[in-house]
Design a protein. Structure first.
Length: 341
């Protein structure tokens, strides 16, 4: 693995990361991230949202199970699209990237069983277990499966994550007294703070790019050729994004920064695989929420009242909401930040 130059200041203390971004009384509530909302959705949505997970015509599906499907999105690159409305083994999207000298798995998913299943898919598709696992952020639906990535049948992979992701995940594990997750976090190799890390797979480069927006611990996994971006929860497709601990002023610029000048496959944190047109729709949604929030702030309107008058463009009206409170939550996040500044 090649790292860009620059001194790594080392991992922050978990309490430091917690206090910088999240009040202590809110931390464990936030730590579940999208997991609680996905569970709620499964309880109430039934088959309503299932068509929103539909794949594009002509997509090659190499595996399909109750909790998701594996799509081939490029030579040696597979995306897992999780469909967690009935079976929640994985909960979030992720993927597998194969190179001549190694295999990278994106995300540890929401359960140890889901992580172990994905590792077995990597072995079936590539002939080897994942050498490295990359976490895009700390939320439980992306990280809680880490204990499933060690056992008698496979050698434990190196876990790549930002120092913030490790610290925040550790706080979650401590709060829940999850010894298995705490032990798994000992295998995390910190990425340099604020720097792009290049992972050399022999015939393929994988770039790990630290970002902020959905949380303080975001990371994207980017393959230059073919152009594929695993976005984590910075990108949601056909689903209204969860602003549970979003930094609104950073989110939209982070999403815009993912745009490429050539055709690109974007693997969102939730929802079907996206293209540049889908990314533009998300930016349009985020811009609309921001404009509405700024108007509400000027007029002294509370988030609950402002949410009642939020109108989305017609192309976005059918975007599914895991919770009816999502628009209010998004506006509340904006109003908190605008009031603080």
């Amino acid at each position: 693995m090649k790292r860009s130059t620059g001194k790594d200041p080392g991992p922050p203390d978990s309490g430091e990361v917690q206090s910088r971004y999240y009040p202590r009384r809110d931390f464990l509530r936030l730590a579940g991230g999208c997991t609680a909302q996905l569970t709620l959705a499964g309880a109430f949505a039934g088959g309503t949202a299932r068509p929103l997970f539909a794949h594009r015509p002509g997509v090659k599906i190499v595996q399909e199970v109750p909790w998701g499907r594996l799509e081939e999105v490029g030579p040696g690159i597979w995306a897992l699209v999780s469909t967690p409305l009935q079976d929640r083994a994985t909960l979030c999207n992720g993927g597998i990237v194969q190179g001549r000298t190694g295999v990278v798995m994106v995300e540890a998913f929401g359960t140890p069983e889901g992580a172990a299943w994905m590792a077995r898919q990597a072995r079936a598709l590539t002939g080897r277990w994942p050498d490295q696992v990359v976490l895009t952020h700390y939320h439980g639906d992306h990280s809680a499966g880490l204990p499933g990535l060690a056992g008698p049948e496979m050698e434990a992979p190196v876990i790549r994550a930002t120092a913030a992701t490790r610290a925040l995940t550790r706080n979650t594990a401590l709060g829940r007294e999850d010894e298995a997750l705490l032990n798994a976090l000992e295998r995390v190799a910190h990425l340099p703070s604020g720097e792009v890390t290049s992972v050399d797979l022999g015939d393929r480069e994988v770039r790990l790019v630290p970002r902020e927006g959905h949380t303080a611990s975001d990371l994207t996994v980017e393959i230059p050729d073919p152009s594929v971006v695993f976005c984590g929860d910075l990108v949601w497709n056909r689903f209204f994004p969860n602003f549970v601990d979003t930094i609104p002023t950073l989110l939209t610029p982070a999403v815009r920064a993912l745009r490429r000048q050539r055709p690109t496959v974007y693997v969102p944190g939730h929802g079907p695989v996206a293209d540049s047109a889908d990314l533009d729709l998300l930016v349009e949604l985020l811009d609309r929420v921001e404009a509405h929030a700024r108007r509400a702030h000027r007029e002294g309107t509370e988030a609950s009242e402002a949410a009642e008058t939020l109108v989305l463009p017609s192309a976005l009206e059918d975007w599914y909401r895991f919770s009816p409170q999502y628009p209010e939550r998004a506006l509340a996040a904006w109003l908190r930040e605008l009031s603080a500044t």
